[in-house]
Design a protein around this ligand. Sequence first.
Ligand SMILES: Cc1ncc(COP(=O)(O)O)c(C=O)c1O
Length: 356
Amino acid sequence: MPTPPSVSAVRHNRTVDAQPLDWQNLGFNYIKTDLRYLSHWRDGAWDDGTLTEDNQLHISEGSTALHYGQQCFEGLKAYRAQDGSISLFRPDQNAARMQRSCARLLMPAVPTDKFIEACRQVVLANERFVPPYGTGGALYLRPYVIGVGDNIGVRSASEFIFGVFCIPVGAYFKGGLTPTNFMVSSYDRAAPNGTGAAKVGGNYAASLLANHEAKARHFADCIYLDPATHTKIEEVGAANFFAITRDGRRFVTPKSPSILESITKYSLLDIARDRLGLDVEEGDVYIDQLDQYSEAGACGTAAVITPIGGIQHGDHYHVFYSETDVGPVTRALYDELIGIQFGDRPAPDGWLVKVK
Ligand SMILES: Cc1ncc(COP(=O)(O)O)c(C=O)c1O
């Protein structure tokens, strides 16, 4: 088991004199860990990058990231297995998605090797923050690319920063999987030919008010419908949606150019087909035809799987399996996925990249 970092180590870098971190109750909060990676793009190339203790960025007030939202980010986790080894879950997929986000916002791509190497360095440099096996926690990595440099016009930056930092995060559901309720939002998070498929800050800025209003009505978050017709489910907050048909045989998930392609969702799709023997389908999920499904869930790196208890749409409230119990297929998907991530069940080829 790793030596737990202390609270003051977290606040003041490496001063070990206070309470150890409470691995069981970490939540999802910013913590200043020891080292982060930074690389600069200048004169048409990325530099080698370096690890630094400084968690402050010193950038021009004219940076395009600040004014025109020229930035994108990623989120992935490193998991500690029972034998103490540490692995990243499908970092090549995050690298590829970040390359697509960069292309959409006219930013230079970070090559896959560089992306994975940066993540590897950050995990190793902060190894003491990787939660012990058995706590359900993981080390969350946040890679990002931002446009920087002196600028004022609406144009692409001439300089960029690629950074990766990490925080230890706890198990999303402390007492086990719990169904959660959502409401359909009247806001759109993305436009039909906009940036919904890219992981860019503007999409999240657009979601803040919708999320705030859903929470004020005691829902966990909102469901976004397709921006063109408002008839089909697209996303659940910052997560993808899936549902299981009433016969328990088919895993269905929306397909749309304005959805962020979730790495967790595509992993579940493979698991559903290859390990649970289900038929899988990427297609339309109409908000007025939810009766076809017996179970539904939200999926993503942070939440893994959040079983959806009910969905409020206008005056109608639809309950899937139950508001208190988790459906059997949702549970089987969850068990298989976290089993793979923590090294307890065999991983498909290439899904785990061992760091240590
Ligand atoms: C809008 C949105 N959809 C879906 C997801 C889930 O994607 P992933 O499974 O790759 O974390 C995320 C989180 O990254 C997200 O922000």
